[in-house]
Design a protein around this ligand. Structure first.
Ligand code: PMP
Length: 604
């Protein structure tokens, strides 16, 4: 047990302006002097006659005291009567002596109190004898002695409490503090310190996903404005995401289909759109749109279907539906960033479970979270973004059986995947299939749909904003689905091209690429080799751009070659140095590969 000090002999210091009877003050001095011969009793006054009166009173009263020997020795060896010019001088002395007990026996003790900095217990005014403090005044009377009041306080509850510091840095704060920390850490030769701070910097890395990319600065809201007072503090501190400028760049960062509609279909679509009555709201039920989706994607008749303005909107609608107090969302990590983001925006609790080293579900970790948190909502992307792989079907089945809530399989990349969970909907009452037409070639039309048992979809309809699909988008999707074979052909071409791209990328293994991950989506995840001090291909890119990480440096170099890909290195520790490359047309992929080779300082 640590203690602050060993309490020393008692001390009293009385400051008196002569307004209190000399006998009272003399007795106050005695009251500490009688403790023991080492006790210290001091009187300070600006009134010489009063000091004389106290001295006389001491001489007169001491003979009546049972402990007169002790009092006498204490006063002789350690006592003092001190005259000062004025009371402020007395205060200076008090602060030097830093007594255990201080009596301010003056007409206006409060006037002196403000300047007293060091004293254990302070007794104010003529009626407050120190002895009351010993027995019954109230505050703790375990007091610091021997001048320790300069730095310590009466014993109290705080002495028995231990404290922890809480540090919470916002994303913006991490930009400033991260750079400072990294500079100081490197000057001390502590590289891991520097990098752990730099992981949180926004440069070139932000949450994954087609839409969410780099941070924009938080708008400065004056602290006094109504907005600053009324907007949720966590949102005030947050920055929004925006898509990076892609003008003039080959855009391979957002998993878009690189092919446009054939020219004759573009014209036909133009005519169709000209017919849309844009003075009217869309048909609110979207019955025609839904029938077309059902027919085209073979949605089981008994299942319910809800449309969303992109699948992003359906994700936030699901959160709105299921976010009760205490409700939890679970998703494996790394995964599509909008799951956690939607939870955060709605203040729903989010729990992530890390994937294993081969980006497969860690089933034990997932089940442990399910058992502990009983999540109302589980999201799994199949195939997963940004890793590109499909999770094991057995693991997903186990999760579907164990999870008490809705399990959403997000099939955004279904057009490029080997299989779908849609045919198995009837087997699992808690299964929902989330799809989007974005990757198929309709990213501009913003259409997502969710298929699940009607128990779920009937209620999900209630949180869908009315008219969430614009009439022009609706008409576009209806038109596109009439020509579904065109999109199916494009998806086939993309799948073929993915294999070519994978092959070409694998040839760069050991030449700046450390890993090329298998893909069942329309993008490929690769890991760039660490920039080494000795140089090497990746090292050259790192050194050339002055960046700490090879992945970020390669992404930056590719951008300088007018190719935009996605640096996901800072999204999750497992994605260190990883880049996500969208499959483009054969020509686009050649350009991307050429830019990658240049970035890796390989001969073209
Ligand atoms: N789910 C996944 C797994 C995604 O990667 C994305 C976008 N990249 C979406 C959903 C959202 O797609 P959208 O809002 O365009 O339908």
């Amino acid at each position: 047990v640590g203690i602050d000090m060993i309490a020393g002999p008692s001390e009293i210091l009385v400051v008196c302006d002569g307004s209190v009877p000399a006998d009272w003050v003399a007795m106050d001095l005695f009251s500490q002097a009688e403790h023991d011969e080492m006790a210290q009793a001091i009187l300070i006054s600006d009134d010489a006659a009063f000091l004389d009166a106290v001295a006389a009173s001491i001489a007169r009263q001491i003979v009546q005291m049972p402990r007169k020997e002790v009092i006498g020795r204490s006063l002789r060896d350690r006592g003092a009567l001190i005259r000062v010019e004025n009371l402020p001088q007395a205060v200076d002395l008090v602060n030097r002596v830093a007594p255990e007990h201080l009596e301010l026996a003056t007409r206006d003790p409060q006037a002196l109190l403000a300047d007293i900095r060091h004293a254990g217990a302070i007794f104010l005014g003529r009626y407050t004898s120190e002895s009351l403090g010993d027995y019954c005044a109230g505050p703790s009377h375990v007091l610091p002695t021997m001048r320790t009041p300069r730095f310590s306080s009466p014993l109290g509850v705080p002495d028995f409490q231990k404290r922890s510091s809480l540090i919470e840095v916002s994303r913006e704060g991490a930009q400033t503090l991260g750079r400072i920390s990294a500079t100081l850490a490197r000057s001390e030769g502590l590289e891991a310190h520097a990098r752990s701070a730099e992981y949180r910097l926004d440069d070139g890395a932000a949450p994954a996903g087609g839409s969410a990319v780099a941070a924009v600065p938080v708008p400065v809201v004056p602290a006094t404005s109504a907005a600053a007072r009324l907007i949720r503090p966590d949102l005030l501190r947050m920055s929004s995401y925006h898509v990076p400028e892609s003008g003039g760049l080959l855009k391979l960062d957002a998993m878009e289909n690189p092919y446009r509609l054939p020219a004759e279909l573009q014209e036909a679509l133009g005519r169709r759109l000209a017919d849309v009555a844009i003075n009217r709201y869309p048909v609110p039920s979207y019955a025609g749109l839904k029938a077309s989706i059902r027919n085209c994607f073979r949605v089981p008749e008994t299942a319910g279907l809800v449309v969303g303005n992109g699948s992003d909107e359906l994700i936030s609608m699901l959160v709105t539906l299921l976010n009760q107090p205490g409700a939890t969302m679970l998703a494996p990590l790394p995964s599509f960033v909008m799951y956690a983001m939607s939870a955060k925006l709605a203040r729903m609790k989010f729990v992530g479970a890390d994937l294993d080293a081969s980006f497969q579900l860690d089933l034990r970790a997932m089940l442990a979270v399910i058992d502990e948190h009983q999540p109302a909502l589980v999201f799994m992307a199949y195939p997963n973004n940004p890793t590109g792989n499909c999770f094991s079907r057995e693991a997903i089945e186990e999760i579907l059986r164990r999870a008490p809530g809705l399990v959403v399989l997000d099939e955004a990349y279904e057009p490029f995947a080997p299989d779908s969970w849609l045919p198995r909907l009837a087997e699992f009452p808690n299964l929902a299939i989330l799809r989007t037409l974005s990757k198929l070639g309709l990213a501009g039309a913003r259409l997502g749909y969710l298929v699940a048992a009607t128990d779920w979809t009937d209620h999900l309809e209630k949180v869908r904003p009315p008219y969430n699909i614009g009439g022009l988008n609706e008409a576009t999707v209806l038109f596109a689905l009439e020509h579904a074979e065109v999109f199916a052909g494009q998806a086939r071409a993309i799948r073929d091209e993915r294999e070519n791209l994978l092959q070409a990328l694998r040839q760069l293994l050991g030449q700046g690429l450390e890993q090329v991950f298998p893909s069942q989506a329309n993008f490929v995840l690769v890991r760039v080799a660490e920039a080494s001090a000795a140089g090497g291909a990746a090292g050259a890119a790192g050194a050339a751009s002055g960046q700490a990480f090879a992945g970020a440096a390669v992404a930056q170099k590719m951008r300088e070659s007018a190719v935009l890909i996605k640096d996901v290195g800072k999204m999750h520790p497992m994605l260190h140095n990883c880049l996500r490359l969208t499959v483009g047309t054969p020509r686009e992929n050649q350009m991307m590969l050429a830019a990658l080779r240049r970035a890796l300082a390989l001969p073209s």
